[in-house]
Write a protein that binds this ligand. Structure first.
Ligand code: IVH
Length: 686
């Protein structure tokens, strides 16, 4: 793979993972199977590990899940609720234990304890106690902000309202998994069907749907249970060990998993994994793997986190389930950026208890790689949740090959694969060339514009945008904000499914978004490569929309100061820079933005605050460190807001030099860079 291939792939992976996160966390309607999702995450992690300089600012490895959905109040987690990295093979587990010892600078033969427990397939929740009394409960949301589901969590018998015993800390936030067991799930679905409602697809979706009921009395009638396995904000340590902490939770009245054990080696952990795998079908609740955690909490603290997951834990996942079915058809969907995405329509088949009928084929290359055609018999794979992956064709159906369209199936305009002007490489994604004149692109862009992470207009979703678009009432973003003023002609309250109140609610929701943060505004424009991460980086750099817009319009060559400034932003790559420049310089977009700015006010971004002595400083480590591994030293510096670089330059603020330092030390001396010993550095950061 060339670096450009890697960049393209990282971009594609980011997009797919984000879409899947959104569906999974926000809509309770997963589009990918767990195994498929894990495969994407693994590929992303591997590529990022091998090409750290190509890691995207908006990489999903830097965040967890999707934003809170807005129906409930919000609770900001005082300690972020993170995710877990995955292991798939015995080798991955051995690497995990070895990696931890290396990070802690411990000899390979050191015996370290790890806890091992089932990974429950439900949804995580946090419950907060003050002086032993339950005060609030939240979902994970995006890991930073969750939904306030206190009234709903209170209805669970397994969530104590008052803690037992008296040795709990004054502030105690317990985290665990809300789930529904198999017997209860079956009974609940029978009742759903009897009441003429749709059955839930699986216990996880049923648990998510049941917990996020606006009316807590509905939740109370649902068979939800809570397993406790970790903690968030606490005013005093629970124990010295993971196992000790979980024992304490049990004493205080929480349900804990009785398959949790402590082991001394990867071999013991793997043996336990296989025992749990054998017991899996008889457990009575869904699990999708085994979680291993470093048992010693002092070591956990030293290990810390890498972006979205702790270094001290890993989830060892079970293999995916497979089935054979027929591809009835291949359909092409057109996305916001004109991308044509093939979707395989499958003869419905039950895999692991769930009926599946769709599989995404990603792009033309994937169809070629698999050699799949309508009429073929294929092996598919899924685990945990819906939409499976096609693994291979098992029988040729004898029908002609699928002809990938050269015209957009929605507007009929030419569809082609872009060619990168610099590298001459052909993009794997074919796109409709009709821009906003293509109804599919226009509608998808408008849906993106109002979506949760963009303008977040309550009550304005896919259905509404499609209806307004079809009636020629909303063709571009500004039109959304003039709907109310045009309502004498539109008469929204008279439309089917609308009334005076709902129409007014929509107008109020639109008006509530007339002041919009710079990063959200930029993200909402739906520019290629400008995800939330890049939008945020750009907003933090330019602070004001006007400054940004003027700078971008002034770029006329790669020698323009504004271009050089843009390219120097850490994390913004050439692809994103080019895309944003081209988008803003297009005449159509200039008009679209000018119209929009008559309706909305873009709020300036805040400059990042710096409160640690090394925040924003560039540090280089060289020579042998004695107290920490190089990785631990780097992680600590980054956690304090410093940038860690591999080479000394005039931009370096500190060189931390241990014994054996050589050329870097000389260079630092020559450039007058401040040199510190490991101990001096430690004193300095403390
Ligand atoms: S520990 C800092 N233990 O898996 C991470 N998580 O993929 C703390 N989960 O968000 C998580 N069973 O929803 C942990 N025994 C267990 C778990 C578990 C299920 C879920 C949890 C987490 C997700 C990560």
């Amino acid at each position: 793979m060339t670096e450009n291939d890697v960049k393209q792939r990282l971009k594609q992976l980011s997009m797919e993972i984000r879409a899947a996160d959104q569906q999974y966390y926000q809509d309770d309607a997963p589009i990918l199977s767990d195994a498929q999702y894990d495969a994407l995450r693994r590929e992303l992690n591997d590529l990022e590990a091998n090409y750290p300089h190509l890691v995207r600012a908006d990489s999903p490895s830097k965040s967890v899940g999707a934003k809170a959905s807005g129906k409930f109040g919000k609770i900001t987690h005082r300690v972020p609720m993170l995710s877990l990295d995955n292991a798939f093979t015995d080798g991955d587990v051995e690497d995990f234990t070895a990696r931890i010892k290396r990070f802690l600078n411990l000899p390979e033969d050191t015996v370290l304890e790890f806890s091992a427990e089932p990974k429950i397939d439900g949804l995580s929740a946090a419950v907060r106690y003050e002086n032993g009394v339950l005060v609030s409960g939240a979902t994970r949301g995006d890991g930073q902000v969750g939904e306030d589901v206190t009234a709903n969590l209170i209805t669970l018998d397994t969530v104590p309202k008052k803690l037992s015993g008296d040795d709990w800390p004054e502030v105690l936030e317990i985290r665990g998994e809300v789930y529904i067991d198999h017997a209860d799930f079956d009974a609940m679905n029978e009742a759903q069907i009897a009441a003429g409602k749709d059955a839930y697809k699986n216990p996880r979706n049923a648990a998510a749907g049941s917990l996020r009921q606006i009316d807590p009395s509905v939740t109370a009638g649902r068979p939800l249970k809570f397993f406790a396995y970790t903690w968030g904000d606490i005013s005093a340590p629970l124990s010295d060990t993971q196992m000790g902490a979980v024992d304490a939770m049990k004493r205080w009245g929480f349900s804990i998993n009785d398959l949790m054990r402590v082991h001394n080696s990867a071999a013991e952990m793997i043996a336990h994994y296989h025992d749990i795998e054998t017991a899996r079908s008889g457990l009575g609740y869904d699990i999708d793997g085994v979680v291993y955690k470093v048992n010693d909490l002092a070591l956990q603290a030293r290990l810390g986190f890498v972006s979205r997951a702790p270094r001290w834990a890993i989830a060892h996942k079970f293999p995916a389930e497979k089935a054979i079915t027929i591809v009835n058809d291949i359909e092409i969907q057109v996305g916001r950026t004109g991308s044509l995405t093939p979707v395989a329509k499958l003869e419905p088949v039950t895999v692991g208890g769930v009926v599946v009928s769709n599989a995404t084929l990603h792009n033309e290359d994937e169809i070629k790689r698999l050699g799949v055609k309508p009429g073929d018999t294929v092996e598919i794979q899924r685990a945990g949740d819906v939409i499976p992956q096609i693994l291979r064709v098992t029988k040729d159906g004898g029908l002609p090959a699928f002809l990938y369209p050269t015209k957009c199936p929605v507007c009929g305009a030419e569809a082609k694969n872009d060619i990168d002007p610099k590298t001459g490489r052909v993009d794997i994604v074919r796109r409709c060339t009709n821009g906003m004149n293509c109804p599919a692109q226009a509608v998808e862009s408008l849906i993106h514009f109002v979506s949760r992470r963009a303008f977040d207009i309550d009550g304005m979703g896919e259905k509404q945008i499609e209806a307004f678009y079809q009636k020629d009432l909303v063709k571009q973003p500004a039109d959304i904000f003039t709907l109310e003023a045009r309502n004498d002609d539109i008469g929204l309250q008279t439309w089917e499914g609308w009334g005076t109140t709902s129409a007014q609610n929509l107008f109020d929701a639109i008006n509530a978004r007339r002041n919009v943060d710079f990063d959200k505004f930029l993200y909402a424009l739906g520019i290629r490569h400008i995800g939330q991460g890049n939008a945020n980086l750009l907003a933090k750099h330019y602070l004001s929309w006007n400054k940004f817009y003027e700078a971008l319009l002034s770029i006329d060559s790669e020698a323009s100061p504004a271009w050089i400034d843009l390219m120097a932003i850490d994390g913004v790559g050439a692809g994103a820079a080019n895309a944003v420049k081209e988008f803003l310089q297009s005449d159509n977009n200039k008009t679209m933005i000018a119209d929009l700015l008559k309706e909305v006010n873009v709020v300036d971004a805040e400059a990042p605050s710096s409160d640690s002595a090394v925040s924003g400083k560039t540090v280089v480590f060289t020579g042998k460190l004695e107290k920490f591994s190089r990785d631990e030293a780097k992680a600590k510096a980054q956690a304090l807001g410093a940038k860690v670089s591999g080479s000394v330059s005039a931009k370096t603020d500190f060189l931390v030099a241990g014994p054996g330092a050589g050329s870097k030390l000389k260079k630092a001396a020559a450039l007058g860079v401040k040199v510190l010993s490991e101990d001096e550095w430690l004193t300095f950061i403390e």
